[in-house]
Design a protein. Structure first.
Length: 344
């Protein structure tokens, strides 16, 4: 299969990634329109964790009610998108694949935009309605794409799934544009949301993202060995005992669920699921037993830094996080492929 001296992360590697992630996490909480000393940041967080008496100060309010829930959501969002991208690239054996490849992201965005346009997001159940619409449309999109792919190709080949995903994405984007045209005063909300933003994230959003990552992420991580087998081709994987169709369905369903929740919380954030798996592969190799856990850490680190830039670059104005990830991601992606081909 894939040659590697070790099948999984060593304790040293886990510790290194964890230390970097925690350092970036604390940096993102401390830095912003109002800079807070690192010692004070740590003190506030520790008091909250251990339920110690809190001080009535501006720092406490900023950290506990604004930055902490937001940075937690950003980290979970980045980890989710990177994990989905790594899984899709391994499953489809396509370096340009990510969570958006099969059209699930576009379907989830369509559901959320529809919820905003019809005013569901202004009701008492605002967060639930948008999330529910995004997840429902994500799964309906997956069902439709796989049904069409199955009708065209009984074996559900990679190329057929990608083709159906691209076509469905174009179809969904056209409907989103149509809805936006007649959205009236909600056009600004829809446009800003489609560019991706973590503003206003809450502990409820963090709990939702954590639950989705725990559930669907576990499914993806559990299929690391099968994803390694896909590297030698679907036919060869089938010959060594991998149930190709079952693995495809399980991973696609897990990716659909995770992308649906991610899109509903933060909108469409591009390039995380595309670029981070490539960077991770350069650092730890192609073995998915190492690649998938490492992608979780690097995705969280990358998106936390992107969110920090979006908050401080034009302070007090805030840029959509999708603008930052697309700008940085496109440059990094070209850089990676240039030097890969130059190395060959």
């Amino acid at each position: 299969m894939i040659k590697n001296n070790r099948d999984s992360f060593s304790k040293t590697e886990y510790l290194l990634f964890a230390v970097v992630a925690v350092a970036v996490f604390l940096l993102c909480i401390s830095v912003g329109s109002v800079n807070i000393p690192l010692r004070e940041t740590l003190s506030v967080i520790l008091r909250a964790v251990f339920n110690m008496p809190a001080e009535e100060s501006l720092s406490d309010s900023v950290i506990l009610f604004v930055r902490l829930p937001r940075v937690i959501c950003v980290a979970l969002e980045g980890a989710s998108l990177a994990l989905c991208g790594a899984a899709m690239q391994g499953l489809l054996q396509n370096p340009l694949a990510d969570g958006t490849t099969i059209g699930v992201s576009s379907g989830a965005a369509l559901g959320a935009v529809l919820a905003i346009a019809i005013g569901a997001n202004t009701s008492i159940l605002s967060g639930i309605s948008t999330v529910a619409m995004a997840m429902t449309f994500a799964f309906l999109s997956l069902i439709l794409i796989l049904t069409l792919a199955y009708k065209l190709d009984f074996s559900l080949s990679t190329y057929t799934i990608i083709l159906m995903g691209v076509i469905f994405s174009m179809f969904s984007n056209s409907i989103v544009s149509f809805i936006t045209t007649f959205a009236g005063e909600k056009v600004k909300t829809i446009v800003f949301w489609t560019m991706g933003s973590m503003a206003g994230s809450s502990y409820g959003n963090a709990l939702l993202l954590f639950g989705a990552l725990l559930l669907f992420g576990t499914v993806i991580l559990a299929h690391a060995r099968e994803l390694n087998a896909f590297a030698i081709g679907e036919n060869n994987a089938r010959h060594i005992g991998v149930n190709v169709k079952r693995v495809k369905f399980m991973i696609l369903i897990a990716v659909a669920g995770l992308i649906g929740v991610s899109v509903s919380v933060a909108g469409t954030i591009g390039f995380v699921g595309l670029v981070i798996p490539h960077i991770t592969r350069m650092l730890v190799g192609p073995n998915h037993k190492k690649l998938l856990p490492a992608a979780l850490f690097l995705g969280a680190i990358f998106l936390m830094l992107a969110d920090l830039i979006s908050r401080v670059a034009l302070s007090p104005l805030e840029l959509p996080i999708g603008v930052i990830t697309s700008f940085v991601g496109s440059i990094v992606f070209v850089y990676i492929f240039y030097f890969k081909r130059k190395g060959r």
